[in-house]
Design a protein around this ligand. Structure first.
Ligand SMILES: Nc1nc2c(ncn2[C@@H]2O[C@H](COP(=O)(O)OP(=O)(O)O)[C@@H](O)[C@H]2O)c(=O)[nH]1
Ligand SMILES: [Mg+2]
Length: 243
């Protein structure tokens, strides 16, 4: 296949219940688009049939690639998918489709122009959150406050699972990624800012899904350690930060 316009990267861990419906919705949507696209599911560490299900879908959809990553963690899966992708634009998409796939054009030309990275935001003006219990929203806001105070001032939602990268930005940033887990977004956005890439926040519609793999307390504590690690890496010259 010649370079596709778009690669959609779906990280999947124990997603046998959510993945089939998501893939069906994604491919139904893509049938109506007039650009070339590849879809890449990256599974790791599952104890269920997630990978087998993705493989089965490849028989119906030749532009679907199912990858199994050896190293654990969402960050490792995303990095593998992004760097194996060929698309001019590379879109990360959570397997629960908590953002309806119909929102995708907001992240792409011709709707969006002059950007290197476009991140879905559940906080930007115009965003709508559906069904989210207030304790979850509050927890998320507390984590975001820490992120804004210590590493990414001004960014009101760094953890949303829907982000689009131009191929050049994707290659530059993900080759430098060191974090294997949930905090990879923070490292990538930190690098993007230091490198003065053009970052856009896209307000989205977002539906709360109670089936979450994030453990509020454990992952929040780990995230604080990861913020520290990013600053340390930068101080030690581990990143290429030239704009
Ligand atoms: N490949 C891979 N995907 C993961 C891992 N952990 C989470 N994910 C995926 O990350 C996405 C978001 O997970 P979800 O449980 O919906 O988290 P939440 O919406 O942030 O609460 C889903 O597509 C998960 O399958 C992991 O260790 N490996
Ligand atoms: Mg989710």
């Amino acid at each position: 296949m010649k370079t596709p316009f778009l690669s959609i990267i779906i990280p999947a861990h124990n997603e046998e219940s959510r993945l089939p419906r998501t893939l069906e919705q994604v491919f139904r949507f893509l049938e109506e688009q007039n650009y070339s696209v590849e879809v890449i599911v990256v599974e790791n560490g599952s104890s269920d049939r997630t990978y087998e299900i993705a493989k089965e879908f490849t028989q119906k959809h030749p532009n679907l690639i199912a990858l199994r990553e050896e190293n654990r963690g969402k960050g490792n899966a995303i990095r593998r998918g992004i760097l194996e992708a060929q698309g001019e634009y590379r879109f990360i998409c959570d397997a629960d489709l908590s953002m309806p796939i119909e929102e995708l054009p907001k992240f792409l030309p011709p709707t969006l122009a002059d950007f290197d990275i476009a991140i879905g935001s559940r906080e930007a003006p115009g965003a709508i959150r559906y069904n989210e219990p207030s304790y979850r929203h509050l927890g998320g806001r507390a984590i975001n406050l820490v992120i804004r105070m210590f590493i990414l001032p001004g960014l009101n939602d760094t953890q949303c699972g829907f982000k689009c990268f131009h191929a050049d930005a994707a290659e530059t940033l993900f080759r430098q990624q060191t974090l294997p887990g949930w905090s990879f977004d923070i490292e990538i956005l930190y690098l993007a800012r230091r490198k003065k890439l053009r970052l856009r926040e896209i307000p989205i519609q977002w539906y709360f899904d109670p089936e979450s793999k994030v453990s509020a307390v454990r992952d929040a504590v780990r995230m604080i350690g990861d913020i520290f690690r990013i600053h340390l890496n930068a101080l030690r010259g581990k990143y290429d930060l030239t704009p």
